[in-house]
Design a protein around this ligand. Structure first.
Ligand code: ADA
Length: 552
């Protein structure tokens, strides 16, 4: 059972009901003899033939079930990229759009005793009005990329709960819970054994519980001490165990305060991609590897770009002590004026926040990346910012904003900056503009907002193992010099409170076949796709060691 708030749409996702009506019955083809595919797993990394495939694939799984009377059953998908049409025993359960967020269908009464057949038609065709849209700089891995569960639940099951510190407080814990229906009078107990805390509740007429209580002497969660408390939530027929950390994050002037103390984000970006396999991260081990690489670099912060990563990844970040920037795939130019596109973006943001709201590691909800200043995107983005805030006022809201240049000045006066908590932007001085690395220290900054500055991207491509002088593009020495000079240049920003260079490892990028800059691979990794450290890695690590000492 995954705590996941499905009240927003009834089924937890963005559904295309028309399509659902059109094809409600399925004639089941003979799948026997068809190739096997691992689930979870994208299809591109499982067969050479499918390496660059975008389109439709049908997947079937037969399974046994023994449904019991009085129980409810759900098929839960942690993610299918991009559009999923789901059938159980030939009957359509529904459709979901959005490649990175979870959804579920109730199958109570539809699940048979004995053999069942679950069929998913997954379609990762990119379309202009979708989120993300057609053009992105990452590979569009298709299929059932994350876990699938059959969940057996009691009648009045716990559909959702939230436990965290209230905004600005280090001892006031807000707890809320709701049952899947409005069953009143359900006994629910909450215990935190380590604190000797036990609370007994009864659900109200809406099947809900909501309380704020004071608890002093909590050990707060931080990257240095990622303290998680085991929480048990027990009702008549359910016993949920979770591990929850408590921490505060806020902005004061141009400082970011974590548990009331000024913090510098020693960040790195990563995709949900195992560079060794050139596929989505599948196992917990894969995910641990990526986060451990970030820890080895002495990061306290990861940007999980550019879409929601696996829930398991966020849980690991909680456990391993890494702050998280979580993002929705509002990337580059999308259909700003299409209300359906907006509804989709809003749904993905809502689902992300609903899924990860109990994770202490997540401190920033990012509503998008490099949305062009010239585009009619302000009301779209402002509404997303408001959505994030209204759903969760205990975290920061951010986006990678746009800068423009006048002579040697990078100017940030993007009006979206008014609506969000951090000044974040991507700039590629020394790679896409500005000459060779030694020349970029000429740049100055003119930033309109008195808010903490967290640089969301900088970097340049280097072929691991290619050595030359520091003016030779693609050499490790060029990238190394670029990092050194970026740090000098960015050091001129008084309110600099974090950097998140692009990117931890090289990654597949076959869609963006830029004739000059890249072909199939984006080589801006500090590590190659086999995990070999490039020279720039050590420049950043050294800087992070210094910043760690400075912000002790
Ligand atoms: C953009 C984008 C990134 C990355 C980068 C690059 O800034 O946000 O996804 O691809 O470009 O390497 O060019």
């Amino acid at each position: 059972h995954q705590p996941y708030d499905q009240s927003k749409t009834g089924t937890g996702g963005f559904f295309d009901d028309k399509e659902q009506k059109d094809k409600s019955e399925l004639i089941e083809y003979d799948f026997d003899g068809s190739p096997q595919m691992n689930v979870p797993g994208d299809w591109n990394s499982q067969s050479e033939k499918l390496e660059l495939y975008e389109g439709t694939i049908w997947l079937r799984r037969k399974f046994n079930a023994q449904p019991e009377k009085g129980k409810r059953y759900f098929v839960y998908f942690a993610a299918v990229n991009y559009e999923a049409h789901v059938y159980l025993n030939g009957k359509k359960l529904g459709t979901h759009k959005g490649g990175f967020t979870p959804f579920q269908f109730e199958v109570t009464g539809k699940l048979k005793a004995g053999n069942n057949s679950l069929i998913v038609k997954a379609d990762n065709t990119r379309k202009p009005d979708e989120i993300p849209t057609v053009n992105t700089d990452w590979w569009n891995y298709g299929g059932i990329t994350r876990d699938v569960y059959l969940a057996e639940l009691p009648e009045h099951f716990i559909a959702d709960y939230k436990m965290q510190l209230e905004k600005g407080s280090n001892n006031s814990i807000s707890f809320s819970l709701k049952l899947a229906d409005s069953f009143a009078g359900q006994d629910v107990s909450v215990t935190i054994p380590e604190l000797n805390l036990k609370k007994d509740y009864k659900t109200d007429n809406e099947g809900k519980i909501s309380e704020v209580f004071i608890w002093n002497n909590l050990t707060l969660w931080s990257p240095e001490n990622p303290k998680l408390y085991t929480i048990n939530i027990k009702s008549a027929n359910e016993n949920i165990e979770d591990k929850i950390g408590f921490r505060t994050i806020e902005v004061q002037g141009d400082s970011i305060l974590l548990n009331g103390k000024s913090v510098f984000f020693r960040g790195i970006s990563m995709h949900d991609e195992n560079p060794l396999l050139q596929g989505r991260l599948r196992s917990q081990g894969d995910m641990r590897m990526m986060l451990q690489w970030a820890k080895d670099l002495n990061c306290n912060y990861v940007r999980l770009a550019h879409y929601p990563h696996n829930e398991e990844m966020i849980r690991l970040a909680d456990e391993m002590g890494l702050l998280v920037w979580a993002e929705v795939p509002v990337y580059w130019t999308i259909s700003w004026e299409n209300p359906v596109t907006y509804a989709n973006a809003k749904q993905q943001l809502t689902d992300l926040i609903s899924r990860d709201k109990n994770r202490a590691s997540v401190v920033v909800w990012s509503i998008g990346n490099e949305t062009p200043l010239s585009a009619p995107r302000l009301s779209f983005m402002s509404n997303l910012a408001e959505t994030a805030r209204s759903l969760d006022d205990t975290r920061l809201v951010a986006a990678a904003l746009e800068v423009h240049r006048e002579g040697n000045t990078m100017i940030l006066n993007d009006p979206l900056g008014e609506k969000i908590d951090l000044v974040s932007f991507n700039e590629y001085a020394g790679w896409y503009f500005g000459g060779v690395p030694s020349e970029i220290t000429k740049y100055n900054f003119n930033i309109k907002y008195n808010k903490p500055v967290v640089i969301t991207e900088f970097g340049g491509d280097a072929l691991g193992g290619f050595h030359a002088d520091e003016n030779t593009r693609w050499s490790e020495e060029y990238q190394e010099a670029l990092y050194k000079n970026q740090l000098i240049m960015l050091g001129k920003i008084p309110a600099l409170r974090g950097i998140i260079p692009w990117i931890l490892t090289d990654f597949r990028s076959p869609r963006r076949q830029h004739p000059v800059y890249q072909n199939f691979w984006n080589r801006k990794g500090l590590m190659s796709e086999t995990g070999k450290k490039k020279k720039a890695y050590f420049v950043l690590k050294n800087f992070y060691d210094q910043m760690q000492a400075k912000y002790k």
